[in-house]
Design a protein around this ligand. Sequence first.
Ligand code: SAM
Ligand code: SF4
Length: 332
Amino acid sequence: MLKDKFLRHHDYLRVSITDKCNLRCRYCMPPDGVEFMSHDEILKNEEFVRFINIMVRMGVKKVRFTGGEPLVRRDFQNIISETHRLHPGVELCLTTNGVILDEHIDLLKEHGVTKINISMDTLSRQRFMELTGRDSFEAVKSNLEKVLATGFFDVKVNAVLLKNTLDELKDFLDYFQDRDATLRFIERMPVTAEDAFNEFIPSDRLIELLSGFGELKSVKADDHGVAMRYDMTYNGKKIRLGIIPPMTHKFCANCNRLRITSDGHLKTCLHSVRQYDLKTPARNGASDEEIMEIISKAVKEKWDGHKMECSGDNGGCRAIHSEIKSMSSVGG
Ligand code: SAM
Ligand code: SF4
């Protein structure tokens, strides 16, 4: 039902439950900030649950809650618990900046979340502050350790690949060598201006530098080819690495993702401005079948892939052109 004209089957839904955030990451939001949406524009819990329910009926098997920062939505647990109650077989995942994760670990476990991605771009408190505008590094690190201590969740740590990341590779490897988490580096997508902080680094450069620290063995990934997975041997220990290269090794041909924005639009591609309003018809009384028709049509119209490009300067690559202006508004 969720097959597009390129025969891609969509069974993964990312739901942005808020556009608000308690950090201001420079690669995600423009420096002068973004205008947040009003309370009325944002979907209510029952609207999120209804759209997720419809999408599950259409074939979605995995739902990721994201944002903005999903945990700052006051009553977010109700969306997750209701989704789990209605669809216990659907895989539930969360992407968070980790700042207030400790307050929610037990409930997330209880409500069926099994996979948690935590964003941590640096291991330096100072750099964290410069990058995110907030002094929250110690909180994020301590919350990551609390989540790992449960031994319950599949944990991935996401770091956006920036020039400074390359200075910290040894610190990252030292920290992750003893931890049961996958360390993933994501090529920076050009949603905010490139500046001294946001300089684009191609993943091949990262791989080259990582290879200087230990052996990298390529392993099969389980996420539709989004991450290139490696098992790294470092100091005699194994570290699970993921490298996500949307710019230099486009993976659109395998895309299985759909997105619902916090104000109730369906997006078939993160990087397209094209979106389909589900909220207005739903608020005007549309039936589930009518909403399904809008979704099916949107999926049929999905383009072949994003139009971001790399140009030849900057030692080989510079990411240019994205249609979206902040990642926080669409959920990454
Ligand atoms: N606030 C949560 C967080 O930071 O994890 C969830 C939302 S955030 C938009 C989701 C993911 O998008 C994060 O892993 C973040 O690092 C990533 N992201 C944001 N801006 C990005 C960019 N310009 N390029 C690549 N990844 C980006
Ligand atoms: Fe907030 Fe996440 Fe964007 Fe950082 S990446 S500003 S934590 S939404």
